[in-house]
Design a protein around this ligand. Structure first.
Ligand code: FNR
Length: 387
């Protein structure tokens, strides 16, 4: 077993052990991938302020997100097709998150259904909704999430239609994969994945298949999304959805201070500053670059979190220092899952926690809750280069 020291190690193993179609699905951004690349390169431009001779005993990476105790200011973001990276991937990721003491979010576009995950885990998880044109479906899926004990609803507001990822079209991405010659050749080298997949019955979109009346084939994500996703989603519909849910709501996919104001006015308990991991509007700014303007606008009205580009504990530190009260991670845990299943997700969280703890200590801080603007150095013009 190789020694895993960082998320990059998990990513390498993920690539080696997972069919190309699904690895590429995770490791892509839309169009030219500019925003996808800048999510990480912008984090690298921010530096961390070292302080010395501060008693560093008694440190904690724990805090609260949505009033819930978390061991690390990280929630696992909703990721579609997680159960194609590894068999029963959503259940494995949810279990790892619960044991580690961080929230797990199940995507509408998951392979394991809401009920599957609820039946196979002990801790409540969050459910992420993509609204469909079919209002009956929207109502039913919220009822199902409530019945399964989901403790918060994540409404993703930046995907009424899909930003194109070239690789998904070239690879013919479907769930489950169609057995073309290139797919068969690829699968021949991914025997562990194949064996595990043969051992599960969960190989289709569990929240969709059997729950949506449609002639369209849901195995093809791109065409199905184009036909079924609700392009009319607006603030009225979001508010109605929030009322229908009646519990805690996180609005994910905010990049503009005015949208953040609207989200806060609608009563969001938290918002996620996110560009969907660079998978939607190519050319949009990185999340870390827009975070401070959004914290300034609504930081006293709602909890502001950040995702997109987090690959290390140092990145989490930078986000918290610039005002985030929590973060979400996507690829960092998916890399762990694809590499080593549930143990890999745990490993990813351990790596991030250790990096965060060490970096925080070397900044002279004992608690993530005390991180502040003075802990980081931001290049001149970084936050206001664009007008
Ligand atoms: C996503 N994301 C996502 N978001 C969402 O609300 N519902 C979904 O089904 C998905 N699916 C999905 C699949 C894959 C493979 C990725 C990588 C991402 C976006 C996700 O929740 C999160 O915003 C990003 O992953 C954050 O960026 P990083 O951490 O991956 O850089």
């Amino acid at each position: 077993m190789p020694v895993i020291t960082c998320i990059e190690d998990l990513k390498r193993l993920h690539k080696k052990r997972t069919p190309k179609m699904f690895y590429d699905y995770a490791e892509s951004g839309s169009y030219t991938e500019q925003t996808f690349r800048e999510n990480t390169s912008d984090f690298a431009q921010i530096r961390i302020n070292q302080r010395v001779a501060v008693d560093m005993t008694g440190r904690s990476t724990g805090t609260k997100m949505l009033g819930q105790d978390v061991s690390l200011p990280v929630a696992l973001a909703p990721v579609g097709l997680t159960g194609m990276q590894r068999a029963d991937g959503e259940i494995k990721a949810a279990r790892a998150a619960a044991k580690f003491g961080v929230p797990y979010t199940l995507s509408t576009m998951s392979i394991c259904s809401i009920e599957d995950v609820a039946d196979n885990t002990d801790a409540p998880f969050w459910f992420q909704i993509y609204t469909l044109t079919d209002d009956d479906y929207n109502t039913r899926v919220l009822q199902r999430a409530r019945a399964a004990g989901c403790s918060a609803l994540v409404i993703t507001v930046d995907l009424q239609l899909l930003g194109q990822r070239h690789k998904d079209l070239k690879n013919g991405l479907t769930a489950p994969p169609k057995f073309t010659v290139p797919v068969m050749l690829d699968l021949a080298t991914k025997w562990r994945w194949g064996l595990e997949m043969l051992g599960t019955k969960r190989r289709f979109f569990g929240n969709i298949v059997g729950h949506v009346d449609s002639a369209a084939d849901p195995s093809s994500l791109a065409s199905w999304t184009a036909e079924k996703f609700d392009q009319s989603l607006n603030w009225d519909r979001i508010r109605r959805l929030m009322d229908m849910w009646g519990g805690k709501v996180i609005l994910k996919g905010i990049l503009h201070p005015e949208d953040a104001e609207r989200a806060a006015a609608a009563g969001a308990d938290a918002i996620v500053v996110s560009n969907h991991g660079g998978r939607q509007l190519d050319g949009a700014l990185s999340s870390i670059r827009v975070l401070p303007s959004i914290v300034d606008a609504v930081g006293d009205k709602t909890e502001v979190w950040l995702d997109s580009g987090i690959r290390s504990g140092q990145d989490i530190l930078k986000a918290m220092a610039l005002g985030a009260k929590g973060t979400m991670i996507g690829r960092a845990y998916v890399n762990g899952l694809g590499a080593m299943g549930e143990a890999g997700v745990t490993k990813a969280l351990e790596v991030l926690q250790k990096e965060l703890d060490t970096s925080m200590a070397l900044c002279g801080e004992k608690s993530v809750q005390n991180l502040h603007r003075g802990n980081v150095l931001v290049p001149k013009g970084f936050l206001d280069t664009y007008t």
